[in-house]
Write a protein that binds this ligand. Sequence first.
Ligand SMILES: [Zn+2]
Length: 203
Amino acid sequence: MAEQLIQSIIEAGRWIDSQGWCPATGGNFSVRDGDSVLVTASGRHKGQLSAADILRVNFNGQPVESDLKPSAETLLHTALYELDASIGAVLHTHSVTSTVLSRLIHKGMLTLQGYEMQKALSGNQSHEEEIRIAILDNSQDMPLLAEILKAGWQVAPLQWGFLVRGHGLYCWGRDMAEARRHLEGLEFLFACELEMWRLGVNE
Ligand SMILES: [Zn+2]
């Protein structure tokens, strides 16, 4: 079972790298495995992952029987698994689109409406529904960012993903397949929004 989960992370890494969404060893990916989490080690190129680049951590982000170093961002993965028991996989990427779009919007929320692609996000039946993607200010203090995420979640639980300003996207699904679909759908929606900004027809 763990081998299949590890393989799903390796394959996601190759695909995400091929899209250019995780350049220069950025980003991290994880899957829930029972009461622990399998996650990419810090500083590895995400297009060239092997099983030796993936470690097991507990829900505090501490390695379990591994000498590998988890990324500091692992704390956001484990926070998500704790916040929502239905989350089975988390993908954190650094695309140009999510980096730029999150800097253009100064509010704490990106609102999307009118796109057919919204239906790629689980639970959305129509382009008419309003999709809300939170934007957190970036920080190098990951415990603080995890606390901000948890505090905001108590007010309004998030769905599908959130942006970190000038940094990238965290998105998730009940399994890796759904997380990948959410990532692809969100990247498409963000690219459309950015194009609207270029055309000067957005806020
Ligand atoms: Zn990052």
